[in-house]
Design a protein around this ligand. Structure first.
Ligand code: 5GP
Length: 180
């Protein structure tokens, strides 16, 4: 089968239909909250790119998008929560209504650092929209205005999320269990 990796087992946690339905609901909620405003979306690469692509098609607003890449979870995330910005924004955010689009809120270290860093650039408003959240893993309290799904403490892939750059193209979110 196309997505079978002999070293791992995938079990669907959130299927395609549930994802599309929830993304539509999030889009409606965000559209209501930002009615009449120019919304500037910052997509955190690479994991949030599929979510962003689907979400913006449910935003009948005047929007603009930008991308930011930060160091990966596995190698450069220090316990201090400091993350390395690998690709910075192309445009300034001063005075703008900014919404960060993130794939998953896990310990909260990345978004805690990112929001503190972006606030120094004086946006008019700064909110977070995370597709997934693992509340039981939280180290830093991060206030996300929009969360798609709360999930248990499991490693998930698909719909933009990877394991070693694989599985981003899966249409659903699956739990990855490594064979023992
Ligand atoms: P945090 O700083 O909140 O601990 O981690 C955020 C980042 O860790 C996410 O943007 C994502 O890249 C990675 N991450 C955390 N949990 C998972 C997971 O279950 N699956 C995948 N693929 N990445 C994860």
């Amino acid at each position: 089968m196309l997505f079978t990796n002999p070293a791992a087992q995938l079990k669907v946690l959130i299927d395609d239909r549930e994802l599309q339905q929830r993304v539509k609901e999030l889009g409606e909620e965000i559209s209501r909250d930002y009615q009449g405003k120019n919304l500037h979306l910052i997509c955190i690469l690479k994991g949030a790119c599929v979510f962003l692509a689907d979400l913006i098609r449910h935003l009948p607003l005047d929007i603009s998008i930008d991308f930011m890449a930060v160091s990966s979870y596995a190698n450069s995330l220090h316990t201090s929560g400091e993350v390395k910005i690998i690709k910075d924004l192309d445009s300034i955010i001063q005075g703008r209504d900014v919404l960060i689009i993130e794939d998953i809120l896990d310990t909260g270290l990345t978004l805690d650092y990112l929001t503190r860093s972006l606030r120094t650039r004086s946006p008019h408003s700064l909110n977070i929209c995370a597709l997934l959240s693992k509340p039981s893993r939280r180290i830093k309290e991060v206030n996300a205005a929009y969360v798609g799904f709360e999930i248990p403490d499991e490693f998930v892939v698909g719909y933009g999320l990877d394991f070693a750059e694989r599985y981003r193209n899966l249409p659903s979110i699956s739990v990855m269990k490594k064979d023992e």
